[in-house]
Ligand binder design. Structure first.
Ligand code: ATP
Ligand code: MG
Length: 390
């Protein structure tokens, strides 16, 4: 793409209609861009708010052709968008991120090879495609976590194993698909870094986020990261920048890291799009991750975002819509009471029904100090009946 697409003129497309697409659409619309979502679901959160919703399969030629006709640039909001679909769109339109980069992120084997090529350490691992691979696994990888190479999310598609017998059983449980076995690492905490990079190779980054997962799903993100030294934060930012640059990435990229109990930084995985752990940017920074997604794909200037408030994000899962006393009956959480607390910003994704574990929204809390943000978050969590083991 030579010149940038100007606000108020162009149409922007997004593959996928989930909540990340919805927040992308909101950011694009606030700059006056027309927006088009491609998603098969009639009630998709992004489809409901876009100017146009193309209801088709991700590989449907007619749907892709229409999207390309309608839009000057196209992005994706989910990791498992078929890379061929992006490559097809790229024949006639600017697509960011590119299919080749998304393909790396979709496959844990390719992803780990890319981390090695970027000189960033990941967990010791073995690729499992056959019984022979299973037998050849070194003792150092047990206990470990067996993860499917593709299609895993929110802790799905992975099994923790302590012994060779458990490993064999787990691989059967995962239908003997291609997997990686990772050594179980002694984690001190988890962090992530969100970068935005443009076609000229310019990169800007948000500060390091500290993340807490409960039952394999992100529960809490805190920024500034309370448990991470300045040196480790520098190292994480530099590692994420190398990972993006070495695949010539254009768009928003999230890289997840572990910090081990001995203080080492280890990369876990990456996502070729804005990320749940970056939702706090909507209220705590002067530019959000979605603003930067729009800027990166349109060639508009990438300026360094600034965190203006200490912040804490609570994920709102469908569980909150049900009380333990009446498990089958859907209720509305006490939003009015939560919004009475200072510095609370509620984001609901417009999903038509709540289910336990389903991401329904998030609550950003901004405050003058990290202590205050945490204190308000604990009050909000108590009002909502959210788990407080953080
Ligand atoms: P996401 O929802 O981020 O897509 P996912 O299903 O792709 O998650 P991972 O990020 O690979 O899965 O793992 C989920 C969680 O499991 C991690 O956040 C971490 O808490 C734990 N975990 C994963 N790999 C390891 C490891 N090698 N050692 C220790 N804990 C791990
Ligand atoms: Mg993860």
């Amino acid at each position: 793409m030579k010149a940038s697409l100007l606000p108020g003129e162009a149409s922007l497309g997004v593959m996928g209609g989930g909540q990340l697409g919805r927040m992308f659409v909101h950011a694009a619309q606030s700059l006056g861009f027309r927006t088009v979502v491609l998603d098969p679901d009639a009630d998709s959160p992004a489809g409901l708010v876009a100017h146009q919703h193309i209801r088709s399969d991700y590989l449907d030629v007619a749907g892709l052709t229409l999207l390309a006709q309608q839009c000057a640039a196209i992005t994706t909001e989910f990791e498992n968008v078929p890379a061929q679909a992006l490559e097809r769109l790229a024949q006639t339109r600017f697509v960011a991120p590119a299919g080749a980069a998304v393909a790396i992120c979709q496959d844990r084997v390719a992803e780990k090879a890319h981390f090695a090529a970027s000189a960033v350490a990941c967990a010791p691992y073995a690729v499992i495609v056959s019984e022979a691979d299973l037998l050849a696994v070194g003792d150092d990888l047990l206990p470990g976590i067996l993860k499917t190479a593709t299609l895993g999310y929110d802790g799905k598609g992975q099994v923790r194993v302590r012994s060779r017998a458990e490993l064999a059983a787990a691989w059967s449980e995962l239908k003997q698909v291609r997997c990686v076995l990772e050594q179980m690492l002694p984690l001190a905490l988890e962090i992530s870094v969100i970068s935005a990079r443009n076609a000229q190779g310019e990169i800007v980054q948000f500060p390091v986020q500290q993340n807490l997962h409960i039952d394999g799903i992100l529960a809490v993100t805190q920024v500034p990261a309370p448990g991470v030294s300045a040196a480790l934060q520098e190292q994480a930012l530099a590692s994420a920048a190398r990972i993006a640059a070495s695949m010539n990435y254009v768009g928003v990229l999230c890289v997840e890291f572990f910090i081990l109990q001995d203080g080492r930084l280890i990369v876990n995985e990456m996502a070729p799009r804005p990320h749940n752990s970056g939702h706090y940017t909507m209220n705590a920074c002067d530019l959000s991750q979605f603003d930067l997604q729009v800027r990166a794909m349109t060639g508009l200037p990438l300026v360094q975002p600034r965190l203006h408030s200490p912040t804490l994000m609570l994920n709102l899962l469908g569980d909150l819509w049900f009380s333990p006393a009446e498990p089958g009956v859907e209720r509305t959480p006490a939003w009015d009471q939560v919004l009475a607390l200072p510095g609370t910003h509620l984001h609901l994704y417009g999903k038509t029904s709540a289910r336990p574990g389903r991401k329904m929204g998030h609550l950003n809390i901004t405050a003058a100090s990290a202590e205050q943000a945490e204190s308000v978050a604990r009050q909000a969590a108590a009002l909502l009946g959210l788990a407080m083991d953080w």
